[in-house]
Design a protein around this ligand. Structure first.
Ligand code: NDP
Ligand code: OXD
Length: 305
């Protein structure tokens, strides 16, 4: 019974000792130290090793070290292998905090004061008139929407299937995207990256927002059409952006985003998976996988998230 761990971003020294302590009867190994890959039943991964998972012929489950799974290249994982994502209340708390910080920064015009460095007063509009649009109302998006509502903002949400969240105007499906985005002051992307959502943060979507609106992207870099963002900032249709995720990470040193002071860049830190809270959750799913039980937080392969 062997479990393999691989990640290019998570520290194996944080995760593996905790998993071993929680699962004393299971052999948990870093990828490089597995003697026989054909015996691996469960892979705990942020991303795939360069050689792929082809040699893991007994694989039954892939457990993501993140809430998102696109970086696992799920289309290359055999259909019989279950994929589960990480759902951890600490991750949700961190994401909620990050998005609230971002919305408050734009709402209180701090992004303007950071740049102008002059004694120019501009009062914020009333909080209940400041419209925040949350794209994706899953585990993270719904928590963010609820928190923003509790903070007095006017909150809208958009998802694939219709949701109902107290005090939040919920929209669903591609046909409702325009109505959802109409005159939004701050747009937050908390969608998974799928073929439907790739490039969704585009000139078309930006054109529906309130002039001077802000965009916070905490989904994936592939959601954003980068030239469209730069053009919208240049034209004034967007007043600022806060980006945590990028098509290429780390964001290359010569990327235009670094030179644009209307863009606040954070290095994919909105909600970092933490072994202290995450290892018990992953360990519970390892046990389920090894016993042949259904996993928690299984990815719907047909939907891609
Ligand atoms: P969930 O799977 O719980 O929620 C996804 C939401 O997106 C659902 O509401 C779903 O709709 C909606 N959605 C999916 N496809 C579409 C579509 N085509 N149109 C409209 N809505 C759609 O995911 P989480 O909330 O846990 O995580 C969301 C994403 O956040 C992750 O996939 C990851 O990319 C990103 N993330 C980023 C982090 C960071 O540090 N920057 C940290 C953690 C996650 P429905 O409910 O109807 O299915
Ligand atoms: C995640 C992430 O998906 O950190 O959890 O991006």
């Amino acid at each position: 019974m062997s479990v393999v761990f691989h990640s290019t971003v998570d520290d194996p020294n944080e995760w593996i000792p905790r998993l071993r302590e929680l699962l004393p009867d299971v052999d948990v190994c870093p990828w490089a130290e597995v003697a026989d890959l054909s015996k691996v039943r469960v892979a705990v991964l942020w991303d795939q090793p360069v050689t792929g998972l082809g040699a893991c012929t007994s694989l039954v489950a892939v457990l993501s070290l993140g809430a998102g799974i696109n970086q696992l290249e799920p289309e290359t994982i055999p259909p019989g292998v279950q994929i589960a994502r990480l759902v951890d209340p600490n991750l949700t708390g961190a994401m909620t905090e990050y998005c609230l910080a971002g919305v408050l920064r734009f709402y209180r015009n701090l992004h303007v004061y950071e740049r102008i460095r002059r004694w120019n007063f501009s009062a914020p509009i009333p909080r209940e008139k400041f419209v925040v649009g949350v794209m994706g109302l899953g585990v993270l998006g719904s928590a963010v929407a609820e928190r923003l509502k509790a903070n007095g903002f006017c909150v809208r949400g958009w998802s694939a299937r219709q949701k109902s969240i107290a005090g939040v105007d919920c929209y669903a499906g591609p046909e409702a995207l325009g109505s959802f985005a109409q005159r939004v002051h701050c747009l937050i992307c908390l969608l998974p990256l799928t073929k439907e959502t790739k490039g969704i943060l585009s000139a078309r979507l930006f054109s529906w927002l309130e002039r001077g609106a802000a965009v916070i992207n905490v989904g994936r870099g592939g959601h954003l059409v980068e030239p469209d963002l730069l053009a919208a900032l240049e034209s004034g249709q967007l007043g600022g952006a806060m980006l945590d995720v990028f098509s290429e990470e780390p964001l290359p040193a010569d990327h235009a985003f670094w030179r644009d002071d209307r863009i606040l860049i954070t290095p994919h830190v909105a909600a970092i998976s933490d072994a202290r809270s995450g290892a018990p959750i992953v360990a519970a799913n390892i046990r389920r996988a090894l016993r042949g039980e259904p996993l928690l937080n299984v990815v719907d392969r047909s939907r891609g998230y």
